[in-house]
Design a protein around this ligand. Structure first.
Ligand code: DX5
Ligand code: ZN
Length: 219
């Protein structure tokens, strides 16, 4: 059984203090930080890009779990690798050739993740499972923090976990969107071993990050 890891989403952080917020997450016991990159085209929101990630990475030693909600994505992969992303997660709908984009990320010696939107079926990525390090299951429509958890995606996680166990594969299963103290346990029981959380970690218990991370892990 893989250790449960927490990847706080900095989308819910104070953007005027991003460096300090990442320090708070490191001190609070985060296993990595989830960096939501949005281009205003693949999703109707715009956040940060390579220059900001590069500046933040210089000041921190924690793993950067970079979620690219951008399209087209292939031509930008190298820029995020150079900026310091440790895990680069892309959406199948954002590239013309998923296999080529997966190989590109591996060539750059980064961990490769593929993200499935709530409505996207697992069939889309079955044939790539041996090649990837992480599957990111969206439990909200990508684009914004603070949305309501979509429990129907748990069936996808259960199905994915079955395939993973049957084929004895080692990819991580990460769930992203609306994760809180009420649903983190069912997400873990379904088979997720990395929980992304923004609102719950930054806003619950008067923003006590350490306590919120521990509460999510302990469920
Ligand atoms: C949404 C992002 C998620 C989101 C999670 O497009 O991919 O990572 O920021 O935030 P919460 O935990 O607030 O739903
Ligand atoms: Zn995300």
């Amino acid at each position: 059984m893989k250790k449960i890891q927490i990847s706080p989403s900095i989308l819910s952080a104070d953007f005027s203090q991003l460096g300090n917020e990442i320090k708070r997450l490191e001190d609070g016991g985060a296993d990595m930080i989830h960096v939501d990159v949005m281009d205003g085209h693949f999703v109707p929101n715009l956040t940060i890009g390579p220059p900001v990630i590069k500046a933040l990475k210089k000041k921190s030693s924690i793993l950067f779990d970079v979620h690219l909600m951008i399209s087209p994505v292939h031509k930008y992969i190298e820029a995020y690798a150079e900026a310091g992303a440790d895990i680069i997660t892309i959406h199948p709908e954002a590239t013309e050739d998923l296999e080529l984009s997966i190989l590109k990320i591996k060539e750059l010696n980064k961990k490769v993740g593929v993200s499935l939107n709530p409505e996207t079926k697992i069939d889309t990525i079955i044939k790539f499972l041996e090649k990837i390090d992480l599957v990111l299951i969206m439990s909200v429509k990508p684009g914004f923090g603070g949305q309501k958890f979509m429990p129907e995606v748990l069936n996808k996680i259960k199905e994915l976990k079955k395939i993973k166990d049957k084929k004895d594969l080692n990819f991580d299963i990460e769930i992203d969107g609306g994760i809180n103290f009420e649903n983190s346990k069912i997400a873990i029981e379904a088979g997720a071993n990395i929980l992304v959380s923004g609102t719950t970690i930054f806003k619950s218990n008067d923003g006590d990050i350490k306590k919120n991370i521990e509460l999510l892990k302990s469920k």
